[in-house]
Every structure is written in C-alpha cells, then in structure tokens.
Design a protein around this ligand. Structure first.
Ligand code: GEK
Length: 242
C-alpha cells in the first residue's frame, strides 16, 4: 500500500532538485496518480497496445520502470509465447522496491531487472519498448541517440510508446494547460504551496519538449510512423512504429 505524498507539505522542506530516492519510492503510486492526469487510463490502454504489438519470442523493454506498473500492465495483457520483459531504472531505491512488488512466480512472462542508465542499456530483439514519463528526465542532448538505439534494437513492425509532459509552442495554450494541470492537482488535494515547491524542484530535472520536437526526433531516430494516441491536458502519449 502506497503512503500519501506529503513530501512538499513541510515548511522546512526547501526543495533542492527532485530525486527518485527512498522517500519518493514510499509515496510514488500516490504521487503519480495525483500528479499525472489519466496515468491509470494510460496503463490500462497500454495493456491493449501490448497485446497488439508484442511479438512471440521477443523482448519488451520498460525504460524508467519505477515500481513496474507499466511492466505489470503489459505482462497481464500479453499472451504471446516466449516473451521476456526487461525493466530498467537507474534509481537503486526504485528498482529494489520494483523487485519486491513484481512476483517472478506469478505465472506471467519472466522479468529481468536492470539497474542502469537507459542511455546505455543494450536493446535487442524488441517488439515493444515503453518510455512512460521517463524521456522527459533524460538529458535533452541524449534523447535522439536513445530513441535511435531503441529503433535499431526493434524488430520490423515493433513499436515504441513515449508518454511525456509536453510544452506548447503557443504561450496562451501553454499557460492554460499549466493552470488546468495545477487545478487537477489542487482537486486531488495538493496545496498551492506543495504545487509551487514541486514545480521548482522539477524545474531543472524535467525538461519537456514540444510535440513538434517529439515527432521530428522520432522520425530522425528511424521510426517510420508516429502518432499521438492519448492526451490529458499537457500529458501526451505517442506511439511510434518501426
Ligand atoms: C510508470 N514508467 O509508473 N535511466 C534510468 N532510469 C531513469 C533515468 C535514466 N537516465 N532517468 C530517470 N529515470 C513509470 C514512471 S517515473 C515518472 C516513470 C515520474 C527513472 C527514475 O528513476 C524514475 O523511476 C522514472 O525514470 C520516472 O509507468 O516520476 O514522473
């Protein structure tokens, strides 16, 4: 059971840069559910996408897996034979908890846990790779190379799912979507102070791209088709096909 996220409630908490440490791990399910509109819907739909795109005897990568929610949604949906899941995260605390939560003896497809930077992890024989709200934390200068490496390690007909917080080119749209997102967080019980502190903690760590940047980079990285398949306010999910 996840604890309630009150990390930014205490007056003493001076936000440094946001890090995925043990304190975040303990509240993570509550934090992401109350911060990312349609996070749960995206996971439920991911199961359906996995059933469509995962190929027999291939690998499925969950890059920046956190507590393994996307891996688990896909494992529960996929019924193709010989599929192996690879769950990667560079936060030791996250991955340790992920290992505890995913039962390797649950009768579903096997999972390999890898504690590594997703920018260096080998990708091979993939039919589906998921970057569910992770690319936004990668150094912008490394994003293209990462997507290219994933493309090179993906079978023909395989897919990539990239969910991200995005930035809008139009200042009016950017401001409105930011406000609506803050309204969403307020409606889920976060105070104005918590919202402001989290925003400042994420400022240097989470660097959102525009939709144009996403589509152009996916094309340059070798993905033949890409499209937006889900959007809730400024949180968008793209599907790219090899
Ligand atoms: C979910 N996908 O629940 N290498 C490896 N892991 C990284 C890197 C990196 N370079 N940068 C960040 N991470 C999950 C949610 S959370 C999204 C993903 C959020 C990891 C980081 O440690 C964290 O666990 C995850 O990416 C981002 O479907 O907190 O907004």
């Amino acid at each position: 059971m996840s604890e309630k996220d009150n990390i930014y409630q205490q007056q003493a908490a001076q936000p440094g840069d946001f890090v995925f440490d043990d304190r975040v791990v303990r509240v993570f399910p509550d934090m992401i559910e109350r911060s990312v509109p349609a996070y749960g819907l995206g996971l439920r739909m991911l199961g359906l996408l996995a059933r469509r795109f995962v190929q027999p005897d291939s690998r499925v990568y969950d890059l920046g897996c956190s507590l393994g929610a996307a891996t688990q949604a896909m494992r529960q949906a996929v019924n193709q034979p010989g599929v192996r899941f690879v769950a990667v995260d560079n936060s030791p605390d996250m991955l340790a908890r992920c290992r505890q939560l995913l039962d390797p003896a649950d009768g579903l497809a096997p999972v390999e846990f890898v504690e590594q930077d997703i920018c260096t992890v080998p990708i091979a024989d993939a039919s589906l790779t998921v970057l569910n709200f992770t690319l936004q934390f990668v150094d912008p200068a490394q994003r293209l190379a990462l997507l290219r490496r994933v493309a090179e390690g993906t079978r023909p007909g395989g897919a990539l799912l990239v969910s991200e917080k995005i930035r809008f080119e139009d200042p009016f749209e950017q401001e409105l979507m930011t406000e609506v997102h803050h309204d969403f967080k307020r409606a889920r019980g976060y105070s104005d102070l918590e919202i402001a502190r989290k925003r400042s903690a994420l400022e240097r760590v989470l660097q959102p791209d525009t939709e144009t940047q996403h589509f152009e980079r996916l094309r340059e990285a070798g993905w033949s088709r890409s499209l937006r398949w889900l959007q809730a306010v400024n949180f968008v999910s793209y599907l790219a096909i090899r």
